[in-house]
Design a protein around this ligand. Structure first.
Ligand SMILES: [Zn+2]
Length: 605
């Protein structure tokens, strides 16, 4: 205080003993909830201490300002309000616990310093020292500078800490439902009870028949609830079902990271759930059909839908209820006189159709065996590739370690080190992605085929059962929207695999499974050559003169003609138009030569 004392006489009695007589003070207290103020005295504490100081020294406090914000950025509303009122001349002094309460950033710190140098602020009373306009400005600058540096260090220390944590595969935040933060060991552990409920919720939703609300209800039953003990909101359920944390990864800082925590669900189940969520995100309009068979058939005359209707008849004082199906007669251009049809009669006809498309059990069993063989093959093939890729990944990991050794020994410069390192990491990631893709996909192509075989083998049973809705859904699988009703007779127009199955059933007895493995005699229908751009390569009908592979175009043309000559017209009845449609779904099966469905190749004429 040497400077202040020496000039005290010139400056009137502005400071020290004299100031209290006419100066007014603002009291400013601040504490944020942020980590930087963890060690700082509470606001109540600051207020009490500072009021005591003011009272003891006879400083007149005309207003108290309390702020619960960080001072690391300019723009605190209460602080700004106080500065504005000081500039207006309402007060000349500030009472405050420490300088870092006033500012932790150079903008606010500079403003306080400047106002003090200009004499706009004439006294800053801290709990343990004073600042006056004539003081050495360096003191205050150092103090403010330290407050600012403190916040910078803290922020980068915290960030560095979190980054290190993420790098170790530790999620640096609150564990999601189904996990717990183990505070003692500072890791995330599986919540035994809730994780089970979460896994079951994933399984339930993956079946595709439940809404998010149903999952919320399920979780509620299993004691997975909101903080208030209520059912989880469906958005929350959606968030849970799409959180990669549950299969072992986590999002942090906008990036996905590999976690060290134990997964609750498999990636496969997770993927399935995402698929279902996508599907259910575009739900069909709710069907409001009064009768179970509505929307299944089209009128054979005018092409309008066939609808159902209740009829009540009174006969010999007894009431009878019937359901009739008939054309909606909505066409404005075609006059339609299709007759009505009783539900029982229609159902009987549908049953007959259904059982015609059932796959005989001996065939089903044979196809299962074929598929199992194919799957085995796919697994051994992909596991070979996987083990090769794994070796590559471990080689790269070794290289990364050696590169670090070389860098630490100062044999290469930092730039080279970083460049090589990022190259290696990128390669490693690519291989790892390939591995996980192969692991997920090995036998996946067989799924549609397997599903079809199982569905087709239940058709007989569905035909026997008195369950109209499942009859309808099975018929829609077979025919799509290609079932028409004309003069009380149903006209069938099946989609590909069923057309092929139907053709095979007409050709082979149910006990005969030999054709399934016989080359060229698959269960597919014969081909409508005029429409097809796909030909079977090992069909016996194709006899190449010089058997070149792939066949030349003129050879194929000739064989097309040969097949056309050989085919009786009647064999073209089933599924001929669908050769093109069958390709995508069963293309993979075709790669197994002579397995029921013959290989195909694409040629253009
Ligand atoms: Zn009609």
């Amino acid at each position: 205080m040497a400077v202040s004392e020496s000039v005290q006489g010139d400056l009137d009695c502005v400071h020290q003993g004299g100031h209290s007589s006419y100066m007014k003070y603002f009291l400013y207290a601040r504490k944020s909830t942020d980590v930087e103020d963890k060690q700082v005295m509470s606001i109540e504490g600051q207020l009490a201490e500072l009021r005591t100081v003011a009272k003891k020294e006879g400083l007149e406090i005309i207003a108290e300002f309390v702020e619960k914000r960080t001072a690391k950025m300019p723009g605190r509303p209460v602080f700004n309000e106080m500065i504005k009122r000081i500039q207006k001349g309402e007060a000349e002094g500030i009472i405050c616990w420490k300088l870092d309460r006033l500012a932790r950033n150079p903008v606010d710190g500079g403003q306080i310093s400047w106002m003090l140098q200009q004499g706009i602020i004439q006294h800053i009373r801290l709990h343990d020292r004073n600042y006056y306009p004539t003081d050495n400005v360096l003191m205050m600058s150092v103090e403010f500078g330290m407050a600012n540096q403190f916040i910078r260090d803290l922020s980068s220390n915290v960030k560095r800490g979190l980054r290190a944590k993420v790098k170790r595969g530790e999620f640096p935040s609150t564990a999601p439902t189904g996990y717990l933060n183990d505070a003692r060991r500072k890791i995330i552990v599986v919540d035994r009870k809730k994780s089970k409920a979460i896994r079951e919720a994933f399984e339930l939703y993956s079946q595709g028949e439940n809404r998010l609300e149903d999952i919320s209800n399920f979780l509620y039953e299993r004691d997975v609830r909101s903080l208030g003990g209520l059912k989880l909101h469906k958005d929350r359920v959606k968030w849970i079902l799409s959180n990669p944390f549950y299969y072992g990864h986590f999002f942090y800082g906008g990036e996905i990271h590999e976690g060290k925590h134990t997964p609750i669900v498999s990636k496969k189940l997770f993927d399935k759930v995402q698929e279902v969520m996508l599907e259910r995100g575009h739900p069909m309009k709710p069907h409001n059909e009064p009768k179970p068979l509505c929307g299944l058939l089209k009128c054979g005359t005018c092409g309008m839908m066939v609808t159902g209707e209740n009829k009540t008849k009174v006969c010999k004082k007894k009431t009878h209820h019937y359901v009739y199906y008939h054309c909606t007669h909505k066409s404005k251009t075609i006059k339609c006189n299709e007759p009505c049809m009783r539900e029982e009669v229609l159902a009987r006809e549908l049953n007959e159709i259904l059982s015609k498309y059932a796959i005989p059990f001996p065939w089903r069993n044979e196809l299962r065996v074929c598929m199992a063989e194919d799957e085995k093959k796919a697994e051994t093939e992909s596991s070979l590739i996987i083990s090769d890729l794994r070796e590559k990944v471990s080689t790269i990991s070794d290289k990364i370690q050696r590169l670090l050794d070389v860098y630490l020994a100062q044999d290469i410069d930092r730039e080279t080190y970083l460049r090589e390192r990022s190259k290696l990491f990128s390669d490693k990631k690519s291989f790892e992605e390939k591995i996980s893709k192969l692991e997920r996909d090995a036998g996946a192509w067989l799924e549609p085929m397997r599903e079809w075989v199982e569905t087709a083998s239940t058709l007989d049973e569905i035909a026997r059962r008195n369950d109209l809705p499942s009859k309808k859904s099975s018929l829609q699988k077979i025919f799509g929207s290609n079932l028409t009703l004309h003069d009380k007779k149903i006209q069938e127009n099946p989609s590909f695999p069923y057309a092929a199955l139907r053709a095979a059933r007409q050709k082979f007895p149910e006990s005969d499974t030999s054709f399934i493995r016989a080359a060229g005699l698959g269960i597919e229908p014969k081909f409508s050559l005029s429409e097809s751009d796909v030909l079977p390569l090992d069909d016996p009908a194709i006899l190449f003169k010089n058997s070149s592979y792939p066949p030349r175009v003129d050879e194929l043309r000739e064989s097309r003609r040969a097949i056309r000559r050989r085919l009786p017209k009647s064999t073209n009845d089933h599924g001929n138009h669908t050769i093109r449609q069958m390709r995508p779904s069963f293309k993979r099966l075709h790669s197994t030569r002579g397995r029921g469905i013959t290989p195909v190749c694409e040629i253009s004429f």
